[in-house]
Design a protein around this ligand. Structure first.
Ligand SMILES: NC(=O)c1ccc[n+]([C@@H]2O[C@H](COP(=O)([O-])OP(=O)(O)OC[C@H]3O[C@@H](n4cnc5c(N)ncnc54)[C@H](OP(=O)(O)O)[C@@H]3O)[C@@H](O)[C@H]2O)c1
Length: 297
């Protein structure tokens, strides 16, 4: 299988490229800098992509996006968060349709649902409110050109990806190790999660499974509240996590990001994956954390 991947230098992309190559597939990386290796093609995510770049590709995977938590959300940064997702998706969708690529796996996030309290949400739940929900809706809509052109498009509504070597865990682990871990706000907000191992397995399942299209939640089967997340982290790291970080303090520290992504959440369940027979390697948060920490040792 020949898979062309955009955003391949990130946490998920790096692992996906490795996994595909380990199984003898060809991963072509679209890079924003000049290409340096035979398997790289330079592109500009804000300019049309020559469809011939995708000739022979069995799939396109779109993992582009500026990091949500790196900076305070100014108006300009929110525009960058949006542009870095919507524009590349439009460009890739157009090229995939013109090149006749059979399938496009395109990024999205559980933020699509907004803040859903403790109600369970699956792929049939409508979009919620807020900046992230609007962004995810536009991000998914940006792939419509591909679907209209006959490409099987899957929008992967991804939860927090737990990995030993990056993402949220690499930020949280040092805090928990130094007994600085704790509950955020009232701790009732849901933290949907998925292990990086299962995320990559799910993407590959979606590449192979012609029956699946449209939105698919890439979340572990047992989302937890922030209170539970804190307790399991403390147990797995082997240190107490006694602190409570009040919501007002988080808002003062990180602004709107606190309301949108830390103090709110989604009890998102992977209904479509489970119906399609996908088996998670890590069914509980504890299993996922223990496995990722073993990789780190
Ligand atoms: N990790 C999570 O917990 C999580 C959760 C929900 C959704 N997601 C989404 O899944 C996708 C991949 O996640 P990730 O964790 O692998 O992200 P990541 O490590 O931040 O990597 C994202 C990649 O996007 C590309 N990129 C960065 N800034 C860009 C810009 N301004 N314009 C276009 N491309 C840009 C870069 O790849 P190149 O330099 O190779 O172009 C970067 O390596 C992202 O869209 C993210 O929002 C991730």
């Amino acid at each position: 299988m020949r898979v062309t991947i955009a955003g391949s230098s990130g946490l998920i992309g790096t692992a996906l490229v490795q996994a595909l190559r380990a199984d003898g597939h060809t991963a072509v990386r679209l890079v924003r800098r000049p290409a340096e290796h035979a398997d790289e093609v330079q592109w500009s995510p804000d300019r049309a992509l020559d469809p011939s770049v995708l000739d022979g590709s069995d799939a396109v995977v779109n993992l582009c996006g500026a990091s949500l938590g790196d900076r305070r959300w100014s108006g300009a940064y929110k525009q960058e968060l949006r542009n870095s997702r919507v524009e590349p998706t439009e460009v890739l969708a157009e090229a995939a349709a013109r090149a006749g690529v059979p399938v496009m796996i395109s990024g999205s996030a559980v933020g699509y649902y907004g803040d859903t309290g403790d109600a369970k949400v699956d792929e049939n739940t409508p979009a919620g409110d807020g900046f992230l929900a609007d962004l995810c809706r536009d991000w998914e809509a940006a792939a419509a050109t591909a679907a209209d052109g006959g490409v099987r498009v899957v929008n992967i509504r991804t939860a927090l990806v737990l990995a030993s070597n990056g993402g949220i865990l690499s930020r949280l682990l040092p805090l928990y190790k130094f007994v600085l871990g704790g509950r955020l706000g009232d701790g009732c907000q849901y933290f949907p999660w998925i292990s990086l191992t299962d995320h990559i397995r799910a993407v590959r399942f979606l590449l192979d499974n012609d029956d699946l299209s449209g939105p698919v939640n890439l979340t572990g089967p047992a989302p937890v509240t922030n209170r539970e997340f804190n307790a399991v982290m403390a147990r797995v790291v082997g240190r107490p996590a006694p602190w409570i970080v009040p919501g007002f303090m988080l808002k003062a520290l990180v602004g709107e990001f606190a309301d949108e992504a830390i103090l709110s959440g989604q009890r998102a369940i992977p209904a479509k994956l489970e119906r399609a027979g996908f088996n998670f390697e890590h069914n509980t948060l504890r299993e996922a954390l223990e496995a990722e920490l073993r990789h780190r040792q």
